[in-house]
Write a protein that binds this ligand. Structure first.
Ligand code: M6R
Length: 614
C-alpha cells in the first residue's frame, strides 16, 4: 500500500511525479503529496482524496516549481491516522529542511516517537512516518551527511519501509533505502527515477535497478552510488525491463477492469504456449525445480494466499487432490502466520499472489522456507519480493493488472494450477491417458469459449441491470465451483459494495436459508457434471422460499426455465475446467452492476491493489 516516486535529473520534475503517482494510484488513493526542490527551499504540497485533488491544489503554484528538476511524491493508503492533509506525505522535520515519503509500516514508531519527543521534536501527524523525518534529521545534525544519516537512522527503525529523503542543505541529492517493501530505480540519460513500481517510470525508461533490502542509494542528476548496510559501495546490476507503456492504457474500454476481463482469452493462450502444445503431448513445466522422484514421493502440499488468489488456491486443491491424490491444505496467509503450522522439508508450500508483494503471504512463505519446505510461487510479478523467495517460480505472465479487482490474474492463476496438477499427475501416473488427453484438449479450447461468452455480454449486462437494486446477493455452488461462488461474491462486494456471499449449496439449509425471501437473489452455478443434480435440488429449496433465482449454466435442460427467473448460458465444458468458464459471467455481472450504480470500478473505496501491510 502507498506508492512513492522520486526523480533527480535534468527534466522538469512536477509532471514526472504526478504522472508517476497516477500510475501508482492502484496502491492507494486516500491522499497524495509532493515535495519539490526550488532554489531556496523544498516546497511541500498535499491534498486529501484522489490525485486529481492534488493536481487542482497545485495550480496556483505551478510557476514557482515548473523549472524544478528534483522532487519526491507519495500516494497514500491510510494505516496510521485518518486521510487528512496533516497525515498526508511528504512529512518534514521541525525546521522543514528534511522531507520524507514512505511506503510500509514503522513498527517501533511509538518508542521512537517518545524518545524523539523527549529530545524536543514536535510531532504534528498521527503517522508512523513522521518519526523517520525527525530521526533522520537528528542524525543529519550529527553527521552533516544525508547518506550517513539515513544509514544511522535505519539501524534504529524496525518494520517495513521504502523511503525517499531530501535535505535542503544537500540540494541535488535524493537518498533512498528499503527493507521488505519494493523500491526500484529507473535509469535514463536524463536522470534517475525511484518508485514503488515500474509503471511510475516505464514511459521514461525501461532500464532499472532493483534495490535490495538495507541498501542505501545516493542519487544526483549525474551519479548513483549504492551502499550495503555497512556503507560499502556495491556495483548495481542494471536490468532491461520487459515492459511496454501501452500495457497501461485502457485501449478504448471505459474501465481497466473491462479491458482486463477481455484480455483473458489471450492470457490463457500465452500461458499455454511452450507448456501445452497438443492434447497428446506431455505438459512441460521446467519451472518446477523439484526432481521427479521428490514429486512422486510428496505426501503433503500447503497453499497459502489471500483474497482472489486464495480462491484460485482452493480450485488448485480440488485439482491436485483429484488428479494426484496428494492431500492439499489451503489457508489464508493471515491465519497461517499466527499459528503453529506443521511444515517441514517434506512439504511443498505453494504461495499464490498476483502482486508478489502481499505482506501476509510473503511472511508465510518466509516462515515455511525457514522450516525447510520447497517454495513454489505462482505470481504475475516475477520481479517481486515473493518471486525472489521461490525455489520454483511459475510466472503467470498475465501482463500488468491495473484494476484493483483481480480478474485476468485469477484466470492466469487457475490456468497455472491446471498445468501444475496435470504435470504432477503425469509424473505420478495417477490419471488415465484418455482422461488426460480429454482435459488437455478442453484446455486448448478455453480461449474460444471465453470469447464466445464475451461476445454475448449484452445479455449479462441486462441481467446485471435487473439485479442492480439489490442490497444482498447469494451465490451457491458445489465442488470445484464453490471457490467460483466465493470469487463471484468477492468481485461484487469489492466494486459495488453490495453484501454478497458465496456458499456451498449444501450448506444453505444449515442456516443461510433463513435469509431467503422474495427480495433475495440466489445465483446457482449449475454446471453439468457430478454435482449438477445436487445443486438443482438446493436451488429448488431456495425457490420454495421465494428467492429470485438466477442460473449460470451450460445445461440445455428445458426444465430450468420453470425454476429460474434468469438463465445465463455458457458454452459446454468438461466439469473439471468449468471454474474457468463460470467465473467470466460473474466478473461481468459484478462489473456491470458497479458501472450501472456509478461506482468507481477500478479504484473501489478502502481498497488497494497491493496490500503490503499485515
Ligand atoms: O496480490 P495478491 O494476489 O497477493 O493479492 C491478494 C488480495 O489482496 C487480492 O486478491 C484482493 O482480494 C483483490 N482485490 C481481489 O480482487
Amino acid at each position: 500500500m502507498c506508492g512513492i516516486v522520486g526523480y533527480v535529473g535534468t527534466n522538469p520534475v512536477l509532471d514526472i511525479l504526478l504522472d508517476g503517482l497516477e500510475q501508482l494510484e492502484y496502491r492507494g488513493y486516500d491522499s497524495s503529496g509532493v515535495a519539490i526542490k526550488t532554489e531556496s527551499a523544498i516546497n511541500v504540497y498535499k491534498a486529501v482524496g484522489k490525485l486529481k485533488n492534488l493536481r487542482e491544489a497545485l495550480k496556483p503554484y505551478i510557476s514557482d516549481i515548473s523549472a524544478s528538476t528534483i522532487g519526491i511524491g507519495h500516494i497514500r493508503w491510510a494505516t496510521h491516522g485518518a486521510p487528512t492533509i496533516v497525515n498526508a506525505h511528504p512529512h518534514t522535520c521541525n525546521c522543514g529542511n528534511l522531507v520524507v515519503v514512505h511506503n510500509g509500516i514503522i513498527e517501533n514508531y511509538k518508542e521512537l516517537k517518545l524518545k524523539l519527543e523527549k529530545q524536543g521534536c514536535v510531532f504534528r501527524s498521527q503517522t508512523d512516518t513522521e518519526t523517520v523525518a525527525h530521526l533522520v534529521a537528528q542524525k543529519y545534525a550529527q553527521t552533516k551527511d544525508l547518506t550517513k544519516a539515513v544509514h544511522l537512522a535505519t539501524k534504529e527503525i524496525e518494520g517495513a519501509y521504502a523511503l525517499e529523503i531530501m535535505h535542503n542543505d544537500e540540494p541535488n541529492k535524493l537518498v533512498i533505502t528499503k527493507r521488505n517493501a519494493p523500491l526500484i530505480i529507473g535509469v535514463s540519460e536524463d536522470g534517475y527515477y525511484a518508485a514503488s513500481d515500474i509503471p511510475a517510470f516505464i514511459k521514461h525508461t525501461n532500464k532499472a535497478i532493483y534495490l535490495s533490502d538495507n541498501q542505501v542509494a545516493t542519487i544526483t542528476p549525474d551519479s548513483l552510488k549504492i551502499e550495503d548496510i555497512n556503507g560499502c559501495e556495491i556495483s548495481p546490476k542494471v536490468e532491461q525491463l520487459p515492459w511496454e507503456p501501452v500495457a497501461l492504457s485502457k485501449m478504448g474500454y471505459k474501465h481497466y477492469m473491462l479491458k482486463e476481463i477481455h484480455e483473458q482469452p489471450d492470457v490463457i493462450r500465452n500461458i499455454l504456449v511452450g507448456k501445452l502444445h497438443t492434447s497428446d503431448s506431455p505438459i512441460e513445466l521446467n519451472e518446477v525445480k523439484l526432481t521427479k522422484e521428490t514429486l512422486k514421493n510428496l505426501n503433503r502440499i500447503q497453499v497459502i494466499a489471500c483474497g482472489t488468489s486464495l480462491h484460485a488456491a482452493m480450485v488448485g486443491k480440488y485439482l491436485i487432490e483429484d488428479f494426484c491424490g496428494i492431500p492439499v491444505d489451503v489457508e489464508a496467509s493471515s491465519e497461517y502466520i499466527y499459528r503453529k503450522t506443521v511444515t517441514d522439508e517434506h512439504t511443498l508450500v505453494i504461495g499464490v499472489s498476483q502482486s508478489g508483494e502481499t505482506a501476509d503471504t510473503l511472511t508465510a512463505i518466509k516462515q515455511a522456507k525457514a522450516r525447510g519446505s520447497h517454495i513454489l510461487i505462482i505470481t504475475n510479478r516475477p520481479d517481486s519480493a515473493m518471486a525472489r523467495e521461490a525455489d520454483s517460480l511459475l510466472s503467470v505472465n498475465a501482463g500488468i493488472e491495473v484494476s484493483v479487482a483481480a480478474t485476468k490474474s485469477y484466470i492466469a492463476q487457475l490456468t497455472s494450477f491446471y498445468l501444475l496438477a496435470l504435470y504432477m499427475a503425469e509424473i505420478k501416473g495417477t490419471v488415465e491417458s484418455d482422461k488426460l488427453k480429454h482435459i488437455k484438449s478442453e484446455m486448448l479450447s478455453l480461449p474460444q469459449k471465453i470469447e464466445q461468452i464475451l461476445s454475448s455480454k449484452s445479455e449479462i449486462q441486462a441481467c446485471a441491470r435487473k439485479y442492480s437494486g439489490t442490497k444482498d446477493f447469494i451465490y451457491i455452488a458445489r465442488g470445484l465451483n464453490y471457490p467460483t461462488a466465493l470469487e463471484g461474491a468477492l468481485k461484487l462486494k469489492e466494486i459495488s459494495y453490495i453484501n454478497a456471499t458465496g456458499y456451498p449449496a449444501g450448506e444453505l439449509k444449515h442456516g443461510p436459508i433463513a435469509m431467503l425471501d422474495e427480495t433475495m437473489p440466489v445465483l446457482s452455478i449449475l454446471m453439468n457434471g457430478s454435482v449438477y443434480e445436487k445443486i438443482l435440488s438446493n436451488s429448488e429449496e431456495a425457490k420454495a422460499r421465494n428467492a429470485r433465482m438466477i442460473a449460470l449454466t451450460n445445461s440445455s435442460n428445458d426444465k430450468l426455465k420453470d425454476l429460474f427467473d434468469y438463465i445465463i448460458k455458457v458454452p459446454d465444458v468438461d466439469e473439471t475446467l468449468s471454474p474457468i468458464i463460470a467465473i467470466i459471467p460473474l466478473q461481468l455481472i459484478a462489473y456491470y452492476i458497479a458501472e450501472f450504480l456509478g461506482k468507481d470500478v477500478d479504484q473501489p473505496r478502502n481498497l488497494a491493489k497491493s496490500v503490503t501491510v499485515e
